[in-house]
Design a protein around this ligand. Structure first.
Ligand SMILES: Nc1ncnc2c1ncn2[C@@H]1O[C@H](COP(=O)(O)OP(=O)(O)O)[C@@H](O)[C@H]1O
Ligand SMILES: O=C(OP(=O)(O)O)[C@H](O)COP(=O)(O)O
Length: 395
């Protein structure tokens, strides 16, 4: 990476604002169910503390739509960070993020102290890369460190805009992610297969165009599959659909066909009438009946996908194959994780939920790399420049 890192600057006595990706999965009560992303930020935070910096942390959590919403508060993250670091992490409880509390707490900091700002997405213009908000964030600090690999594909006020106002360097997590994935994928061993799933369909479907120039095979499952099934003229009932991406999906099927790249789609589905963990479910092949939704891939799809993975030498996986949070619909994701664990090659898992699934299922140590970024790792692997990294100072 040709960008400066925290090692290249003197942080002693300085107020250092660090963008982290603390967008962690939580259960209904708000308990953090996977703290991989928090753990991933610790080396940079610890380095800054050890070198006498005053550390101001910031992150988003989820996608709050209407400004402040307690449900999206970073309070649980502050508590987990305190536990993991063994020192107090004060949360600046301002609904407007850079408010009285943030200003007071950060102006009184001593070396080695840590303050966490509230969810930057409580400010609606954050995701528009609003420079006014970026300037406010910058006004709290002397140096900006970006260590939010999972959000590096977003050009937002806290990931990109802020770099216009402060010296801007990368943290260790970004450095590590780029180094590992760069090495594995510079010249990937083939066959190279990508697996896409999950629910952020409109976000991630766009990567397929570029991926088709890189991979030898593409497996599409999870919520991503139904838009493609629809494009093939199949019925998908009440399953997740991106209506305005059907034409794009058709184009992608055509492109893959022309290039001789196989796209694997599920041939059977575990369906239910309701999006509920205890909903009655059944397996159907081909079309999904009108009143049902696909919540997992079926047994024949599992075999099809597992076979396609058997001889692959490089695999990237992003997005679960079903609603794995509900045990009834976790079999597809679990089986694909198992298939990957047996592959003799490079396996890279990306995405908060995919990583959590692999971790929960006990396959984490069987994978080459579990990235803290889903969309970010996909865009990086496609060869795109990530705005949160592009904004940092060159070496
Ligand atoms: N068939 C499906 N219908 C609805 N949601 C699904 C389906 N398959 C997977 N999901 C959901 O996708 C979510 C993860 O999607 P996404 O955020 O894109 O993945 P990641 O975080 O791994 O990048 C999970 O919460 C899972 O329940
Ligand atoms: O969870 C994230 O992305 P991912 O689901 O692609 O891994 C990041 O925190 C980015 O969040 P966003 O997709 O709401 O910008």
């Amino acid at each position: 990476m040709n960008k400066k890192t925290v090692r290249d600057i003197d942080v002693k006595g300085k107020r250092v604002i660090v963008r982290c990706d603390f967008n962690v999965p939580q259960d209904k009560e708000g308990n953090i169910t996977d703290d991989r992303r928090i753990q991933g930020a610790l080396p940079t935070i610890q380095y800054l503390i050890d070198n006498g910096a005053k550390v101001i942390l910031m992150s988003h959590l989820g996608r709050p739509k209407e400004g402040y919403d307690e449900k999206y508060s970073l309070k649980p993250v502050a508590d987990r960070l305190s536990q993991l670091l063994g020192r107090e992490v004060k949360l600046a409880e301002d609904k407007e993020v850079v408010g009285e509390n943030a200003i007071n707490l950060t102006s009184e900091m001593k070396e080695g102290e840590i303050v966490l700002l509230e969810n930057v997405r409580f400010i609606k213009t954050e995701t528009k890369n609003d420079l006014e908000f970026a300037k406010k964030l910058a006004s709290l600090a002397d140096i900006f460190v970006n260590d939010a690999f999972g959000t590096a594909h977003r050009a937002h006020s806290s990931t990109a805009g802020i770099a216009e106002y402060l010296p801007a360097v990368a943290g260790f997590l970004i450095e590590k992610e780029i180094s590992i994935m760069g090495k594995a994928l510079n010249n990937p061993e083939r066959p190279f297969v990508a697996i896409l799933g999950g629910a952020k369909v409109s976000d991630k479907i766009g990567v397929i165009n570029n991926l088709l120039d890189k991979v030898d095979g593409l497996i599409i499952g999870g919520g991503m599959a139904y838009t493609f099934m629809k494009a093939q003229g199949l019925e998908i009932g009440k399953s997740l659909l991106e209506e305005d991406k059907i034409d794009y999906a058709k184009e992608m099927l055509k492109k893959a066909d022309e290039k001789g790249i196989k796209i694997y789609l599920p041939i059977d589905h575990v369906v239910a009438a309701e999006f509920k963990g205890d909903a009655e479910s059944k397996v159907v092949e081909g079309n999904i009946p009108e009143d049902f939704m696909g919540l997992d891939i079926g047994p024949k799809s599992i075999s099809l996908f597992s076979n396609a993975l058997k001889d692959a030498k490089t695999i990237i996986w992003n997005g679960p194959m079903g609603v794995f949070e509900m045990p009834k619909f976790a079999v597809g994701t679990k089986s694909i994780a198992e298939a990957l664990s047996k592959v003799e090659g490079t396996t890279i898992i990306g995405g908060g939920d995919s990583a959590a699934a692999v971790e929960q299922l006990g396959y984490a140590d069987k994978m080459t790399h579990i990235s803290t970024g889903g969309g970010a790792s996909l865009e990086f692997l496609e060869g795109l420049e990530l705005p949160g990294i592009a904004a940092l100072n060159d070496k």
